[in-house]
Design a protein around this ligand. Structure first.
Ligand code: C5P
Length: 276
């Protein structure tokens, strides 16, 4: 079966404090966006098979998607095998939750394929064993995420949003970003207040001090007439700009590519309008 695995962006990410287990307590608003990977997941007689459109990921036998499959089979004492093909569209190491969403997609698909009547809460519990951001993708809805990121409170946004999402071609390692934050804890700059959130990312200061491309891209976006405001997503290295209209995105994208390099990743995205 086919399973869509949406990427996420963080509209705010506040670090609340450091925990005894070395993780950080967070308060963040995460939203699934229109960009995402697609997985083809099928049951086979035995074994875990994995292929990927990105050859650099194909040989990684131990990625989060195959870990998710193994965890699911072990939890429910299933002897079936699983074949996964991943069409990778979401940049890796980008603060977009691509790998986490792929893992959640495997859990969601296997629940359906094996007719295991696990609740969302049970799947989210398994998801939390795979990574802090994985439970969010079980629900695939805008949510305030607390704790490590695994305590999920779905929320209804008042507005829909659209914009441009860019990636510089290098990644930021999440463990490094949190470690660097812990050495010099300070809040990120508060941006524009929208009806549903005020933009802010506390991982911007560490990431911005190591990677000058990131504040340069954000500052450039903030000077463009179409842009309401811009922010880095997660631990980076993606930056997104919110625009007032959908028509504004394409001219902004063209100018961004002309300014920063035509081979960079730059894609329009939207955050689903809520059901009225
Ligand atoms: O849970 P995940 O594997 O995504 O976390 C990667 C790393 O990011 C952790 O090992 C930890 O160093 C850091 N992290 C953190 N606090 C969180 C989430 C992640 O310090 N809430």
């Amino acid at each position: 079966m086919k399973q869509f695995a949406p990427a996420k962006i963080n509209l705010y990410l506040h670090v609340v404090g450091r925990r005894p287990d070395g993780f950080h307590d967070l308060d963040m608003l995460m939203v699934p966006i229109s960009l995402g990977d697609t997985l083809e997941i099928d049951l086979i007689p035995q074994g875990i098979e994995f292929t990927c459109s990105d050859p650099t990921l194909s040989d990684a036998g131990d990625n989060l998607a195959t870990k998710a499959a193994r965890l699911f089979l072990a939890e429910f004492n299933l002897t079936t095998g699983v074949r996964i093909h991943l069409e990778k569209k979401v940049p890796v190491g980008a603060g977009l939750g691509g790998g986490s969403s792929d893992a959640a997609a495997v859990l969601l698909a296997l629940r359906q394929l094996t007719k295991t009547g696990a609740s969302d809460a049970k799947l989210a519990e398994l998801a939390a064993q795979l990574g802090s951001d994985v439970p969010f993708f079980i629900y695939q809805r805008p949510a305030i995420c607390r704790g490590r990121g695994e305590i999920i409170e779905p929320v209804k946004l008042k507005d829909s949003y659209r914009g441009l999402l860019v990636h510089p071609g290098f990644g930021v390692a999440t463990p490094w970003a949190y470690k660097s934050y812990a050495q010099n804890p300070r809040p990120g700059e508060s941006g524009r207040a929208f009806p549903d959130f005020t933009l802010r990312n506390d991982l911007e200061p560490p990431a911005f001090s190591k990677y000058p491309w990131l504040p340069a891209a954000k500052a450039w976006f903030q000077k463009q007439p179409e842009v309401l405001d811009a922010l880095m997503s997660g631990s980076g290295s993606s930056v997104f700009a919110l625009t007032g209209s959908e028509e504004a995105v394409e001219p902004l994208r063209s100018r961004f590519l002309a300014e920063f390099g035509s081979t960079l990743f730059a894609t329009a995205f939207s955050i689903e309008a809520p059901e009225k």
